[in-house]
Design a protein around this ligand. Sequence first.
Ligand SMILES: [Zn+2]
Length: 343
Amino acid sequence: MINFSLPDAPSLAPLRKLATERIVILDGAMGTQVQTLGLGEEDFQGDGSYDLKSDLPQKGNNDLLSLTQPKAIEDIHFSFAMAGADIMETNTFSSTTIAQADYGLEHAVHDLNVAGAQVARRAAERAEAEDGRKRYVAGAVGPTNRTASISPDVNDPGYRAVTFNDLRVAYGEQIRGLIAGGADIILIETIFDTLNAKAAIFASFEGFAEAGVRLPVMISGTITDASGRTLSGQTPTAFWHSVMHARPFTVGLNCALGAEAMRPHLAELASVSTSLICAYPNAGLPNAFGQYDETPEQTAAQVGGFAREGLVNVVGGCCGTTPDHIRALADAVAPFAPREVSA
Ligand SMILES: [Zn+2]
């Protein structure tokens, strides 16, 4: 199914070139910035110009804001771009029919993804007009709230809440929307179940075949416990072997336990991967209130350490990271050369 003979997207060559020159900067957390806006239910619903066709409450459905508060989302992207991000992640982490079922918005998935890519693109163009530096839009594809390789029912280990094909169909709809909205990259992130990610990879290449162009794919797993495995039980090396068939532009780790706990797992992945390495940790461990306490300087010092050790090609931030975190970590990695890739 994977067709490598498709022409590469125009974004690939300049991205590859940039990645040979320096460490590339990814943006920080959309959710943390949305929280600072203090939006209520009415704000999430918007002024009615987008017909939701759902009676369910929408507060907390951050992806919807690309449609109902597009200027606010564009401004967040813009602030990350001006803080030094080369790549901005679209506000589409939960824009699949599976995740949007919680809000009765399965029918809106195409619109959410098109709008998510378009608002990030507008911010990218504004930033480029300001300082002349090109920015790239990465269509963010989250893990969904279901897992294809683990049973949620302890009494029925063979049960699955979702199948590979359910995920393939749902991701396919998302990815077509992201491509239609103008995404430069597909970023499959926060992977806790590799089977979900494999469905997203498969759906990406189906979408590329339909569009007649192959976008760079970034793949990012999440190590959720101290044993150094993903939720579906893989070590970083096993994870690499499970996704290398996609020839990703980057493979890496995000979210979870923060930069300090990520370091050994990142080092393992960097020792086996023939793709570029991308790391974007949370701002430390969440506190008792689910908030992240690491200062920009603390996160930047650790991510700067990844760069000093030659482990990374792309760095950014996940939960709890603000434009100040991105500015600080861009400065911290600037003196260091990107990791050398041995093919
Ligand atoms: Zn995170």
